[in-house]
Design a binder for this molecule. Structure first.
Ligand SMILES: CC(C)(COP(=O)(O)OP(=O)(O)OC[C@H]1O[C@@H](n2cnc3c(N)ncnc32)[C@H](O)[C@@H]1OP(=O)(O)O)[C@@H](O)C(=O)NCCC(=O)NCCS
Length: 279
């Protein structure tokens, strides 16, 4: 019998075990962030009393992000992933969300399509130990009083008020978040965080190619000697060109999918997704 229950901090080892099986990049810190941001909205599936699956939600006003759909490989193909996704959708509906979004792996996509999700665009995950990079006169570490402007810029580009996420990432690693200033106005930001296999660069948006490249170059200088992942919308040609010029190669692709009302976003200005968890 399949039963779905709320996930708690005691389930983080389960999350880490399933993440390992799937080759995902999240750390325990990532799982704790999912739980802190949505304490009632992360779920575990039990099969005959044994925990075998997870899913997380994150509500940003009228938009809800579904992530971390993981089912133990021993029990896949029995409808557990579908049940978890249905549960996530019911949670989002109860929270008044009008659009559910997610970044699907090729394995996840058919599950979501059967539940009415449609594809919006593709993201390429590029990886490698970047070459080049360096400081730029217009890029500086963010100051706390610039956070509101960054949240607003991110909202304009993503069509989503991700204040809770951006503030949380800033609190976790303030020194990683940088802004690009053009004529005293913030025209981009970018941050990075630790991952299990590689440092995840993102989220980050840029209103010009110069801002995107400069922010990216500062981030890779800060991550010198590390393997990095960057999730780039394939509609953002200049960002992909920049990653290629820095020696990063495409490792996998995600499909951004939606169920419900369209969200007006601008993937050509999204230089780095936050990782598949929250756009
Ligand atoms: C994606 C994933 C979560 C799916 O979990 P799952 O429990 O196998 O999903 P389901 O069983 O609901 O659906 C998988 C397939 O089984 C079929 N199925 C559903 N209910 C079934 C049942 N009762 N009996 C047999 N098959 C069933 C589904 O139709 C689906 O078939 P399809 O592949 O032809 O579309 C799992 O493969 C996984 O953890 N993958 C690695 C991590 C990953 O990629 N996660 C997705 C992130 S976006």
């Amino acid at each position: 019998m399949i039963r779905i229950r709320t996930m708690t901090a005691a389930d983080v080892p389960l999350g880490m075990r399933l993440r390992e099986q799937a080759g995902f990049n999240q750390t325990e810190t990532d799982w704790r962030r999912f739980l802190d941001l949505e304490p009632e909205g992360c779920f575990v599936a039990e099969l005959d009393g044994e925990p075998v699956g997870t899913v997380t939600n994150c509500v940003f006003d009228s938009v809800g992000w579904i992530a971390m759909l993981l089912v133990d490989q021993r029990v896949r193909g029995r409808g557990i992933g579908t049940r978890l996704t249905e549960h996530a959708l019911a949670y989002l509906a109860a929270r008044g969300v009008r659009t559910a979004r997610l970044d699907a792996t090729p394995r996840g996509r058919p599950v979501y399509e059967k539940l009415g999700f449609t594809a919006e665009y593709e993201l390429a995950r590029v990886e490698g130990s970047p070459e080049g990079g360096g400081p730029h006169g217009a890029v500086s570490p963010i100051a706390a009083d610039q956070l509101d402007v960054v949240v607003e810029l991110d909202r304009e580009v993503t069509g989503t008020n991700r204040r809770r996420l951006i503030e949380r990432l800033y609190r976790e690693k303030p020194e990683a978040m940088h802004v690009f200033l053009a004529s005293d106005r913030i025209a981009g930001y970018l941050t990075f965080r630790d991952g299990f296999h590689a440092t995840q660069i993102g989220p980050g948006v840029a209103l010009s190619d110069e801002a995107g490249r400069a922010l990216g170059d500062v981030a890779i200088e800060r991550c010198a000697g590390q393997t990095v992942f960057v999730d780039v919308p394939t509609d953002n040609g200049p960002a992909l060109d920049w990653t290629e010029s820095r020696g990063l190669v495409v490792q996998r692709r995600f499909t951004r999918m939606r169920r419900g009302e369209p969200v007006v976003d601008h993937p050509s200005q999204l230089w780095a997704g936050s990782g598949p968890e929250k756009g």
